[in-house]
Design a protein around this ligand. Sequence first.
Ligand SMILES: [Fe+2]
Ligand SMILES: [Fe+2]
Length: 378
Amino acid sequence: MSDELDRIRREMHSVLQPEGARPDDSLKITRRTFIHGSLIFGAATVGQAFAWWPLLNTLDIAHAAETPFKFAWISDTHLYPRSLNTRFVDKVVRAAQEVQAMDPPADFLIFGGDLAQLGKIEELELGVDLLKEIKIPKHYIPGEHDWYLDMGKKWGELFGQPNWSFDHKGVRFIGLDTVSRGPDYWTAKNMTPEERMGHMATLDGTVAGPWAGVGRDQLDWMEKTLADWDKARPVVIFSHNPLYEYYPPWNFWIRDWREVHEVLKPFAKVTNIHGHVHQVLYNEIGTMRSIGMLATSWPWPYAPEGLPKLTKPMIRVDPGDPYDGVGWSKIDVGATDKVETEYIMWGRKEVFVQSPEDHDKHVSEVIRPRIADNMWPF
Ligand SMILES: [Fe+2]
Ligand SMILES: [Fe+2]
């Protein structure tokens, strides 16, 4: 990270994260969760995304639900037509069976976007079909892979309005559409819908640019939706992209995240749960925490910037094992005012990290799953 960027981030941090401002004071990482030490040292940098490498992650967050309940999250299934690829189909089948088998059952499922790989009718309908296995109520938000072939036409027919809100047992839930307001890069270049979709489907946003955002109209809608909600009561916001600046070149952000934070600032207990990054992530800005969820399809590498300072991008995917580094999540809103997020990560592989000090020696440290038994104090 350049000195200049570091300076800007520190400056932003002092504005966005005033002394003592945290989402709640009772956040704690429980046993069986490994959190890298750089979380503690890196906490002074805004936009810093923290990663931890789980066997199984549980995260306790203070909340005020009226009665305890669980809900489930699945996202980033990236389904191809069955004729092309059944590997991803098998994983959705597995996730759906596991969600359906939850005991006690989840109150509802959130699908966090990127149901399809290339936005095809066949792919979206396949997703609907596979998720029929899950009988509890289902709420969908779109991903860019679902949208940019026909600009959300089929998605809208299947799932309705891409942004929505409901209250459940003392918590206000909001689903945001962070994908549909991408700047038009296709008309001037006479792109076909397939070409447009092709650029959205790559991680590198060189052509598609900063497409992720919520837009002024949706910000106004969000403000209206929250106007009658007690500022001390919990708000959980679902979005495909993270609601902060993690890594813009991959749209691991939304371009108007500052405006979103302005709307949410008065609320004391805000949790953002997002997909798109295909990896375990955690970040706090002001009174909002963001939690990144696993994909069922594949894990993305950690971004070249915004990583915990001591590490380099990790080699953690076994190409021979399609279950490595992917999965889904359970979220438990407890009677004792806690929300507990549990990553159901199917693969449990060793993780390699490398510190700058070791870089010249080409020495990689192996983080073995056993270390996940350590408890790290805040
Ligand atoms: Fe995705
Ligand atoms: Fe995505």
